[in-house]
Design a binder for this molecule. Structure first.
Ligand code: GKR
Ligand code: MG
Length: 413
């Protein structure tokens, strides 16, 4: 029996390239931020997890290390509780979200370590993969040609329906995506509806989704659903809030998905009572890890809700973790979101270990997450983080450099 105790934990904030992607609160800055955690076990195993920017801030690092070091890596429930306690101690105002965001990358690293120790992939630790590959959707964004004060990037401009169709062609050619998601809430709804119509014409048969992140009023959402609802697989967060989402569903019968109104355990009951959510977009980075995400899948099943997966700008450790849990959730029936094609140029997983072919990623079968960590790349991205002086995402602030009057208040249209 080897010694499974955790003997070291490193928390590394990183910054990596991100194109100027537009959304309902502004535009992506040149650098996206993430948190990498690395564990070392007494048995010599090294393991890794990836979390949100600031998931374990500089103020919390020492307390979280104290909470984790010395624990048996198989005791993830106890480790999670200790990490949540540590966050509450150093940040007394920290809500459940902040605590679970800190727990998530550590739980992923623990599962990576468990898998490496036992010689099995993480999907096996989650009950086993029920599919060999996980489908992802192309995540389409309106975007500027390039960042402020920089040359145009290789993706090119996408500020109208034609630009989005060109972007979709590139993503479908390169990755074989079999469904398309449009990030909306950027332009007048008529432009965004024309974009969906153009995609439907160019890619007949491919499921289409639209996500304005709550930028529409009740009336606008009703109009969009009336005009293009029959072209859509589902509508994601057309309006903000559980009751408003429930009213849209009641009045239109449209299938609604969310990563905004059902984001904590206490939202499950009201979301179900109001029939506000037909498809829950889970996200292990916010919910506290892979095991709870799997449990969430079972809760959705019991409530008659569909399941898929939300993403934010991320790198390959997250993609591997998302793929393992998506493979182990039997009722996950929609292609998952991923930002990875936008960010992979700076990946910390060596090229070739993760590839999306025919729109799907093969579930890694090597022990643990089944991918390696490029330590030199992590060091480079950490230097970039330090040099940037940034600690949080500010899409609105960046947009205000071109439009000082930009108002992120939603709904906007
Ligand atoms: O990357 O701009 C973005 C997205 O808008 C992201 O922040 C959202 O969290 O992808 C997400 C979503 O589905 O709402
Ligand atoms: Mg969304």
């Amino acid at each position: 029996m080897t010694d499974h105790r955790i003997i070291d934990l490193t928390i590394t904030p990183i910054a990596f390239s991100d194109p100027p992607l537009l959304n309902s609160t502004g535009v992506h800055e040149p650098l996206a931020l993430r948190t990498i955690v690395q564990l070392e076990l007494a048995n010599g195993v090294h393991a890794v997890g990836e979390g949100r920017a600031g998931a374990i801030g500089a103020d919390a690092g020492a307390a979280v290390r104290d909470a984790v070091i010395g624990q048996d890596v198989f005791a993830t429930t106890r480790i999670g509780a200790a990490v949540a306690d540590a966050i509450r101690t150093v940040q007394p105002g920290a809500g459940r979200h902040a605590q679970l965001s800190a727990v998530a990358p550590i739980e992923v690293a623990c599962l990576d370590a468990q898998g490496r120790t036992a010689g099995v992939p993480v999907s096996d630790l989650l009950g086993g993969a029920v599919r060999d590959s996980v489908p992802y959707s192309a995540y389409l964004f309106y975007k500027w040609a390039g960042h402020l004060d920089a040359e145009a990037d290789a993706w090119g401009e996408a500020l109208d329906p034609d630009g989005i169709v060109r972007q979709a062609e590139r993503l479908v050619d390169e990755y074989g995506f079999g469904s398309l998601k449009l990030k909306a809430g950027v332009f007048e709804p008529d432009v965004e509806m024309d974009t969906i119509r153009a995609l439907a014409q160019e890619f007949p048969g491919l499921p289409l989704r639209i996500d304005p992140n709550g930028a529409w009023t009740h009336e606008t959402a009703l109009r969009v659903i009336a005009e293009i609802g029959d072209l859509l697989e589902y509508v994601e967060d057309p309006v903000l809030g559980i009751e408003p989402m429930g009213r849209i569903h009641a009045e239109t019968g449209a299938e609604l998905a969310t990563n905004m109104c059902l984001v904590e355990a206490e939202h499950v009951r009201p979301a179900s009572e109001h029939r506000a959510v037909q498809i829950l977009l889970t996200d292990h980075h916010y919910w506290g890890g892979l095991r709870v995400t799997k449990e969430l899948g079972a809760i959705c099943d019991a409530l008659g809700m569909g399941v898929s997966m939300h993403s934010n700008s991320h790198l390959g450790i997250s993609l591997a973790a998302m793929t393992h849990v998506a493979a182990a959730v039997p009722n996950l029936a929609y292609a998952c979101d991923t930002h990875w094609p936008w960010n992979r140029v700076d990946d910390i997983v060596p090229r070739g270990q993760l590839e999306i072919h025919d729109g799907s990623l093969t579930v890694p079968t090597r022990p643990g997450l089944g991918v390696d960590l490029d330590a030199d790349k992590v060091a480079e991205l950490h230097e970039r983080y330090v040099a940037s002086g940034r600690t949080r995402r500010d899409d609105t602030g960046y947009m205000r450099r071109v439009d000082p009057a930009y108002d992120p208040t939603l709904p906007r249209f």
